[in-house]
Design a protein around this ligand. Structure first.
Ligand code: URP
Ligand code: ZN
Ligand code: ZN
Length: 478
């Protein structure tokens, strides 16, 4: 019997479909055998009493993204991938933003230069299309999809990013031709600008009014419109960071009609509410993200979307800014309105423990769905499967070993990111990733970073595949 580099012994393995006990033999970064009595290895890892899961894949992460004048994101590739590894992740998919006047190729060149040699875990990039010129649509995008950039995000809101419906249709049309996936940030830009101006005129400028300026109807309308545009073109779309029932129901209805519409939700929509934006002084700025957290009924709706399969992926939307920093949440002097608070919160390390604790341990979802929502479905949706997202012979040995009973109080110091706070400070969770392994190499073990930066590789992707919602999750009556 050939020797393995590593054998993980006696753990309980869970994939998106099965739970079984056996040893895992790893050779040359890949899973080479599953079974018992696998023989010899250079290293043995004892996983008795532990869960052995596919490493987390977080398909919605922002790193070093240009965020406007005088604003700097709190994470670069080193700190974001480190934090992700502490949270049990083995691959993340950040967004490469095309700035106005920039070609996509140049944006990618710059973004790769930031990542190169700095990543602890594997990465692959989505594109953000901010200027769909003829050159972008006719030349660059088709070439880039062929080169493995098989998903792009379009924004229906944000100064400098929002695309008109016609532009979204043009991007969708290229995606349809090339087999790429369009991710949509669905909020109505004009409605938000109108409400923001009105609030400011009335002197309502504290962070809590961020939520007032982006009510559910603004998200629901844009979600409906995005789905309608996608239906017109016949393209696969992913509605990202869904926060409430009405938007979730739009997606459910589209799925019931047989449209290839996927949905994503995030921890902030399960754990936070708009009341969190109420803090003393500017404390509420810590929770400013878009769409904003809503209310308890919206949290319940997002759980329902998770349980029924309307949401196939659970991502962090990690978009970190430091709080106590004039280049972060406490924006530059004179910019006192919520309008200027950078949108986004950190969460790449807390995503998995929160869903494990609140979902699996509280009996809301089973372990297989946890794996699907946090790893396998990301790999399938974004063209990484079966290399990533499962535990199978031939797959990369991307593995997280969990102590399902470990009790941890979340605190920022545990998360090793570049920010200076976590929105989940003080939250008690049960279940914690003790070891994170990427392509057979331990990156984090028992709270220590072992791997050296630069181990993380860039992964070229295939075109995506649509995950049909489970039978029974969609009501025929819509
Ligand atoms: O507030 C958020 N979500 N910021 C990140 C950018 C985005 O829209 O995903
Ligand atoms: Zn967005
Ligand atoms: Zn985002």
């Amino acid at each position: 019997m050939a020797k393995f580099d590593t054998i993980i012994r006696a753990g309980t393995i869970a994939t998106a479909s099965d739970i079984f006990s056996c040893d895992i033999g790893i050779r040359d970064g890949r899973i080479a055998a599953l079974g018992h009595d696998l023989g010899t290895a250079d290293e043995f890892i004892d996983a008795t009493g532990r869960l052995v899961l596919p490493g987390g894949i977080d398909s919605h992460v922002h790193i070093s993204q240009p965020s406007g004048p005088d604003v700097v994101m709190a994470d670069d590739f080193e700190s974001a991938t480190r934090s992700a590894a502490f949270g049990g992740n083995t691959t993340i998919l950040p967004f490469c933003l095309q700035e106005k006047g920039q070609s996509l190729r140049q944006a990618l060149k710059d973004y790769h230069a930031l990542a190169e040699g700095n990543c602890h875990i594997d990465t692959s990039f989505h594109l953000i299309i901010s200027e769909p010129t003829e050159q972008v649509l006719g030349q660059e995008l088709p070439g880039l999809v062929a080169d493995g950039y098989t998903s792009f995000k379009v924004f229906m809101t944000y100064e400098g990013l929002a695309l008109a419906d016609r532009e979204i249709l043009e991007v969708m049309s290229v995606a349809r031709e090339t087999g790429a996936l369009v991710m949509v940030h669905a909020e109505n830009y004009d409605a938000i600008r109108f409400l923001t101006d009105r609030l400011e005129l009335a002197g309502k400028t504290s962070p809590r009014y961020h939520a007032t300026s982006r009510p559910i109807v603004v998200e629901r309308e844009a979600t409906h419109r995005a789905i309608s545009l996608a239906e017109l073109i016949g393209v696969n779309v992913m509605i990202v960071h869904v926060s409430n029932r009405e938007s979730m129901e739009e997606i459910r209805r589209a799925q019931a009609k047989g449209l290839n519409v996927s949905g994503e939700t995030c921890p902030q929509y399960l754990m936070l509410t708009e009341k969190d934006l109420d803090g003393l002084n500017m404390e509420g700025a810590k929770y400013v993200c878009s769409p904003p957290p809503r209310d308890e009924a919206s949290q319940a709706a997002c759980w329902e979307g998770i349980q029924t399969g309307v949401f196939s992926v659970f991502s962090s939307d990690h978009c970190p800014f430091r709080y106590n920093d004039s280049q972060g949440k406490l924006t530059a002097k004179g910019r006192t309105s919520f309008r200027w608070v950078p949108n986004g919160i950190p969460g790449v390390a807390t995503r998995l423990p929160i869903l494990f604790s609140e979902g699996v341990n509280r009996g809301r979802i089973d372990l297989n769905r946890f794996v699907a929502l946090t790893s396998t479905n990301h790999a399938k949706t974004y063209g990484l499967y079966p290399r990533k997202g499962t535990i199978a012979v031939g797959s990369d040995a991307d593995i997280a070993i969990w102590d399902p009973k470990k009790k941890v109080t979340l605190t920022h110091a545990l998360l090793k990111d570049g920010s200076d706070y976590t929105p989940y400070e003080g939250l008690n969770v049960t279940g914690w990733p003790e070891l994170t392994m990427v392509r057979g190499q331990c990156i984090v073990k028992d709270g220590e970073l072992i791997g050296s930066k630069g181990f993380g590789q860039y992964i070229k992707r295939e075109t995506a595949s649509f995950i049909k919602p489970p039978v029974g999750s969609v009501r025929a009556d819509g």
